[in-house]
Ligand binder design. Structure first.
Ligand code: GDP
Ligand code: MG
Length: 172
């Protein structure tokens, strides 16, 4: 199939599911429902005949490393999410980033990653926008701050992925 598989990774509670829900369903819930693994398919419109954006919303827990590894191995693009209110969640992305590079290789064109600082509506912050951007440039990936709650940059995030999908190099 022409599915383009996007994997959403990051620690528990950073808003991975909220971002996906916001984009797929257009809503937001305050209550926290832990995820094991959920998948979503969004058709990409008439120009992509049978194609769809396939989103895997993963869990942060160590118990599910095997599932995470499998999702990464099958993924075409990655969203690494942290919360700007919790520095630790940014640091916890490092092993995931390294695992992506290990499994998918070092070519950022073939394997796009977007670093996402979610909960930008909240204060106090522990991670500034500048600091997030510095990690992104070190990791050679795109960067966005988002709020699933206030619907900030959520469209832009998924649009970036759709643009990656359109470039044959990215989908290879
Ligand atoms: P996940 O474990 O990464 O999937 O996190 P969830 O999507 O379940 O969100 C965890 C908690 O953070 C929930 O209580 C959400 O309502 C809240 N949350 C998610 N995104 C945002 C956001 O952008 N801003 C704020 N203020 N809260 C958020
Ligand atoms: Mg979740």
């Amino acid at each position: 199939s022409r599915d383009f598989r996007v994997v959403v990774l990051g620690s528990a509670g950073v808003g991975k599911s909220a971002l996906v829900q916001r984009w797929v369903r257009g809503n937001f819930r305050e209550a926290y429902l832990p995820t094991i693994e959920d998948t979503y398919r969004q058709a990409l419109g008439c120009s992509h005949k049978a194609g769809a954006l396939h989103i895997t919303d993963t869990t942060g827990g160590r118990r599910y490393r095997g599932l995470q590894r499998l999702a990464i191995a099958r993924g075409h693009a990655f969203i690494l999410v942290y919360s700007v209110t919790k520095k630790q969640t940014l640091e916890e992305l490092k092993p995931l980033y390294e695992l992506i590079r290990q499994l998918k290789g070092n070519n950022p064109q073939k394997c796009p990653i977007i670093l996402v600082g979610n909960k930008c509506d909240e204060s106090p912050r522990e991670v500034s926008e500048k600091e997030g951007a510095a990690y992104a440039s070190e990791w050679n990936c795109a960067f966005l701050e988002t709020s699933a709650k206030m619907n900030i940059n959520v469209q832009e995030l998924f649009q970036m992925l759709i643009n990656f999908e359109k470039k044959p190099a990215a989908a290879a």
